[in-house]
Design a protein around this ligand. Structure first.
Ligand code: P6P
Length: 333
């Protein structure tokens, strides 16, 4: 494949699809640069005094890792000055982060999970950054949380960086999904996979099986049928993977198919699952749909959900279309 940089790709996409105006291109390039910085910090490990707990808690009541806080700061500082954003929101911050008055306010709003899968940091397993871009409402002067309450179908861009054996950036602006690999020697993102397509069929599922006794019947039925293998109702054997890092699990599914599930369960009916709608489920659902897959909460398209709260959680079923449709149909019965 001819070597194409992220910037060249974005400029050429704008010519082709007119869906990446200069301010959005700047936003994507700034986020991509921040992910390079995060990758550098992640890569230091114990050599960089970045492992372990920050001895603080985030809005989710989760103990923050040092890298959660560092990554959040990197994204905030990188995006404040460019004039492309009106506000930001993060898994690591209770309320929205308006652009400081000393900088011009832009037309976009950026949401992110700065370091997803952080329980894996200290054991050297792939983690990642997830981001979502919404347009600021016309005429907005002082951003509020209400301005962020837009369904995922309103996203103008979404992506993630995965910090694994390679550092990769996966991006959609609504015209397919493309993947860039970080060339560490040149410090540049290079287009390495174009127009990723998730295989419609699969033999691989991803779920945390330790929650099995808490699942609702549709999920139990769906998983039991796969576990029954060749002699069961599905007539084929399935494999299971669970990295406990959404970015890594979704990246595998984008490349070889599969279904990722984090369902609601009977432990806490008030909490519909663990994953957050605005900066985990929505961006991943946009990417997965753009790659020919599907993403529901068990009943409706994730991208159709009308958000009520910035940090609201949602059940997630995403990946190969035929499997997502099947498990979703079990919820309708
Ligand atoms: P569990 C990471 O903490 C995360 O938010 C996702 O990245 C991941 O898919 C999920 O939680 C793992 O949850 O309950 O298996 O540890």
């Amino acid at each position: 494949m001819k070597r194409v940089s992220l910037t060249q790709y974005l400029v050429e996409e704008q010519r082709l699809h007119n869906n990446i105006p200069a301010s959005l291109r700047l936003l994507i390039e700034v986020v991509a640069r921040a992910c390079k910085t995060i990758s550098h910090s992640v890569g230091k490990g114990a050599l960089g005094d970045i492992l372990g707990s920050a001895n603080t808690e985030n809005i989710q009541g989760e103990v923050q890792k040092k890298l959660d806080v560092i990554s959040n700061e990197i994204l905030l500082e990188a995006n404040e000055w460019g004039g492309h954003l009106a506000a930001m929101a993060s898994e690591e911050m209770e309320s929205i982060h308006p652009i400081p008055n000393r900088y011009p306010m832009g037309e976009y709003m950026l949401l992110f999970d700065p370091l997803d899968g952080s329980s894996n940091i200290d054991v050297n397993v792939s983690i990642g950054t997830i981001f979502s871009v919404l347009k600021a409402p016309e005429g907005m002067t002082a951003p509020t949380e209400a301005d962020f309450m837009q369904p995922g179908s309103q996203q103008v861009a979404a992506g993630y960086a995965v910090y694994g054996p390679q550092t990769m950036l996966v991006l959609t602006t609504g015209a397919g999904v493309n993947c860039f690999t970080l060339d560490r020697e040149m410090g540049s993102w290079v287009l390495t996979q174009k127009d990723l397509q998730i295989p419609e069929e699969t033999k691989e599922f991803a779920i945390n099986m330790s929650n099995q006794r808490h699942w609702y019947p549709p999920v139990t039925r769906y998983v039991d049928e796969m576990l029954a293998g060749k002699t069961g109702p599905r007539g084929k054997d399935f494999n299971m993977r669970w990295i406990a890092s959404m970015v890594a699990d979704v990246h595998r599914i984008l490349n070889r198919g599969g279904i990722f599930m984090y369902p609601a369960d009977q432990r806490d009916p008030s909490q519909p699952g663990k994953l957050r709608l605005m900066y985990e489920a929505n961006p991943m659902a946009f990417i997965v749909e753009q790659a020919g897959g599907a993403a529901t909460d068990g009943r409706q398209r994730i991208l159709d959900i009308a958000p009520q709260k910035l940090h609201q959680r949602v059940p997630v079923f995403l990946g190969s279309k035929s499997e997502v449709e099947r498990v979703t149909s079990y919820h309708q019965e």
